[in-house]
Write a protein that binds this ligand. Structure first.
Ligand code: SAH
Length: 458
């Protein structure tokens, strides 16, 4: 038996928005039935047209706004609508910080059943623009020349982009220049449909403190037309270039990087500093994209770890050892675990570079390496995790519960999986004392959190 829905496709209805989805669309409830409408903000009243009515939720289009949110602003970027990389430019920065705090609180309640956890106001940036240190653009062709920028929303059509307002200006300059040089030397863009052509992506990474630039040319082919001339021109004409790298990706895939990486010119790494610590970063390693806010995030993690110098600490999902080295300054010993071998090489190099001798690093899956350590009788007093979006593996969470570190500091880029994992740890004897959202990605719906958990009984 099918129940009739409160809305029908092509209806025009008046609604009031009460929330935002993870994609930044407004949410209105019609007799409890959620309707998602792009570009609408909480608190706004509007007429919408129902575009699609699924069983449990529908989609609408904004027709006329009767009452605007006091937080609504005009988006700064001229390509905001087509690009889709940012979702919140039409919301003031103050509004964004409030929305992120609410998102975290709602998800902790809904998924984690954590009603009473203290969620602090989101720590935001002074200037929430031009913050990204890494730019990665797909390459296409138009009228015989190379273009690069972004895929038009929900398509694989590449739109050329001269500037991205959340990128460091240096990255815009580098991408423009490399595009132009490769174009002039007859490089053909990768054609996804036919799986032909050479250049798939250009990646630029910029060390904000050091001014060093790394350029990665991701190619389908092993070779690149006029490679030597291209390298020479890039090296001569772009200030700060320290490393030019080729990554070969021969596969038919949406994954950007392939398995083979080779240095074409200069160093294998570039350097950057966060606080007092210097980091070597190679092409394949994860490095936080917003260096100013990374410092805020790591300082909070360090504050939550509350180290006295006597502790043994595990840093799971350690990347190039960034958090590990921050912790090592205050701990007796830090053990970092990470799945990407190049990142662990960087981590070891970074420990040495900073004269830190109480940090050790291991390659492997956190959910395999840490249980092994525990079986061998090694336990930590404090455990830090910073997993990718999918959160921690169940085997790791169960090992934490068995190992019983006094404190767990959970750094997360996805509130949904954070809430799920906190529930498991709570059921295993931990209490979530506080959660601090940090705005690492202004103008987007993404939010990073640092959480502090403590064992109820030792
Ligand atoms: N703490 C680091 C990195 C965080 S990003 C920093 O702040 O810079 C998450 C990291 O987890 C990535 O480096 C990724 O390569 C790694 N990773 C992904 N799955 C993993 C797993 N199962 N075990 C260990 N590391 C993993």
């Amino acid at each position: 038996m099918s129940r009739t829905l409160p809305v029908t496709k092509n209806d025009y209805i008046d609604v009031e928005f009460e929330d935002l989805t993870h994609e930044g669309a407004g949410v209105a409830k019609v007799d409890g039935y959620p309707l998602f409408v792009p570009n609408a903000l909480p608190g706004e009243k509007a007429k919408v047209k129902v575009i699609k009515a699924n069983k449990g939720y529908g989609f609408g289009r904004l027709i006329e706004t009767y009452e605007e949110s006091p937080y609504r602003v005009k988006p700064l970027c001229p390509i905001y609508k087509e690009c889709g990389g940012c979702q919140l430019q039409h919301l003031s920065y103050e509004g964004q910080l409030l929305a992120k705090e609410k998102q975290v609180r709602d998800v902790l309640t809904r998924i984690g059943k954590l009603e009473d956890v203290k969620v602090h106001p989101t720590l935001g940036m002074q200037d929430p623009w031009r913050y990204r240190n890494k730019s990665q653009v797909p390459i296409g062709e138009q009228e015989g020349g190379l273009i690069g920028g972004f895929y038009q929303q929900r398509t694989h059509q590449i739109i050329d982009m001269k500037a991205c307002l959340i990128q460091q200006e240096k990255n815009d300059e580098v991408i423009q220049r490399v595009k132009e040089i490769c174009s002039r030397h007859g490089v053909r863009a990768y054609d996804e449909g036919r799986h032909k052509g050479e250049l798939r992506h250009i990646m630029a990474r910029y060390g904000l403190v050091t001014g060093e630039v790394m350029i990665v040319l991701v190619t389908r082919t092993n070779d690149l037309s006029n490679k030597n001339k291209i390298i020479e021109e890039i090296a001569e004409s772009i200030d700060g270039v320290k490393s030019i790298v080729q990554n070969v990706n021969t596969k038919k895939t949406n994954v950007i990087m392939g398995d083979e990486t080779r240095v074409l010119w200069g160093e294998e790494v570039i350097y950057d500093n966060i606080g007092d610590i210097k980091f070597a970063i190679s092409a394949r390693s994860f490095y936080q994209v917003n260096p100013d806010q990374t410092k805020v995030l790591y300082e909070k993690a360090l504050e939550y770890a509350d180290l006295t110098g006597e502790e043994s600490v595990i840093d799971a999902y350690c990347g190039i050892g960034t958090i590990s080295l921050f912790l090592a300054q205050k701990a007796k010993k830090v053990f970092g675990v990470e799945i990407v071998p190049e990142a662990i090489e960087d981590a070891k190099r970074n420990a040495e570079l900073n004269g830190i001798s109480n940090a050790e690093f291991a390659v492997g899956k956190a959910e395999e390496v840490i249980p092994n350590w525990y079986e061998e009788g090694n336990a930590a007093d404090v455990l830090v995790v910073d997993p990718p979006r999918k959160g921690c593996d169940e085997a790791l969470l169960q090992t934490i519960i068995a190992m019983k570190p006094k404190k767990v500091v959970y750094v997360s880029c996805n509130p949904g999986t954070l809430a799920r994992d906190l529930r498991v740890l709570e059921d295993g004897g931990y209490t979530t004392l506080e959660v601090q959202p940090v705005d690492m990605f202004p103008q987007t719906m993404h939010v990073e959190c640092v959480s502090l958990l403590q064992r109820e009984t030792i």
